[in-house]
Write a protein that binds this ligand. Sequence first.
Ligand code: HEC
Ligand code: HEC
Length: 91
Amino acid sequence: MKIDAKDLLFVALAGLVLAGVFFVSGEETTKRVPYDAAHRTTYDVLKKSGSRQEAERGCGTCHNETANPLPAGHPPENRCLFCHKIERAAR
Ligand code: HEC
Ligand code: HEC
């Protein structure tokens, strides 16, 4: 099959729309990580390391099957901070 510029444009536009929908819905519906005592370490690590992946490592200590469990049907992904944004004020 021959791929011309029009096909590429279509793919690019479709991707943009999808990304926009994902971004908007995630931003509006998913709870932020609260800026409270329990999440103080999260914000400290984030500030010091500048790495969300580093900060995410601590989530499981408090959020697991026994303590503060994730709700049923929670997405199984491990990149917590992709969906649960940090509070803007704390940046
Ligand atoms: C020191 C323990 C601790 C750690 C570490 C921790 N949490 Fe929590 N988390 C809690 C507790 C306790 C609550 C419920 C009370 C509250 O809102 O603080 C909670 C609540 C939440 C909520 C729900 C907030 C709401 O509005 O209902 C989210 C989302 C959350 N945590 C995400 C995270 C993520 C993401 C991480 C890792 C980056 C994380 N937590 C690390 C203890 C912790
Ligand atoms: C793919 C997106 C996604 C990822 C990744 C993700 N979550 Fe969630 N999480 C959600 C959604 C959606 C909900 C339910 C709706 C809401 O919180 O507003 C939720 C709910 C929660 C709640 C309950 C909030 C409440 O009080 O109702 C906690 C706690 C939580 N997530 C913690 C975590 C932790 C910890 C991680 C990393 C191990 C994580 N999440 C990764 C999307 C995600």
